[in-house]
Design a protein around this ligand. Structure first.
Ligand SMILES: [Fe+2]
Length: 225
């Protein structure tokens, strides 16, 4: 069994195409979308449709709900590009799910707005808090949101972050997470893509909100907003 987790595509079409090419040969049994298909980048319509076509399971992220729910007036570019049918789909995404894999019960979510922003070096107590719910205690969490991939062990649990396909920080490549069993393996995929093409897409979309910050993040991996 081989399951792929990815999220935070954020309208970056060159990065999404590079990831599609990289995972084609993996023969994954399932692909989970961990939230944030849209926002930030100039091709949110394309990355939204890619998620709906290529992923079998979907979880909503803070950008999906924010754009889908028309929460912030500065996001008009994305509302116009996506149209009402996609916005309705984004609003209706579930905030979390769960999966038992290799004998471990994982809680699956994006991060915000369900939890605080969880980074690799967040205090252990913050991870412990999201592993205990009214549905019992989980053996691990698989999520995204921080745009930085990592796998970390807690006392009796794993926390796995899939990084970001389209807006990864630290290393500006497309990232995803692969789980395989017998024995359990948790692998971070790091895929190079044409960052300059992604920046050029943003330059062409002249009314893209926070365009300069997005371009800097795509080219350097340095958070810029
Ligand atoms: Fe994100």
């Amino acid at each position: 069994m081989r399951i792929l987790f990815l999220g935070d595509l954020h309208g970056n079409w060159p990065a999404t195409l590079a990831m599609e090419e990289a995972i084609r040969g993996l023969d994954a049994d399932d692909i989970w979308f961990l939230g944030d298909a849209v926002g930030k980048g100039p091709s949110s319509d394309l990355t939204c449709d890619w998620v709906r076509t290529h992923c079998r399971h979907w979880i909503g992220g803070n950008w999906d709900y924010g754009v889908g729910g028309r929460e912030f007036s500065e996001d008009g570019f994305f509302w116009d590009q996506l149209g009402e049918e996609r916005l309705s789909w984004l609003r209706g995404l579930p905030p979390e799910d769960e999966l038992t894999f290799s004998g471990l019960r994982f809680r699956l979510f994006h991060g915000r707005p369900l939890t605080p922003l969880l980074m690799a070096d967040s205090p252990r107590e913050e991870f412990e808090a999201v592993l205990v719910t009214d549905r019992g205690r989980f053996d691990g969490a698989i999520f995204a949101d921080s745009h930085r991939a990592f796998v970390r062990t807690l006392n009796g649990a794993y926390v796995c972050n899939a990084g970001s396909v389209g807006n990864n920080l630290g290393v500006p490549r497309a990232h995803a997470l692969l789980l395989e069993d017998r024995p359990l393996r948790m692998t971070i995929l790091s895929v190079p893509y044409d960052n300059e093409a992604a920046a050029e897409d943003a330059r062409k979309a002249k009314v893209l909100p926070h365009c300069d910050a997005y371009i800097r993040e795509v080219l350097t991996g340095v958070y810029s907003r």
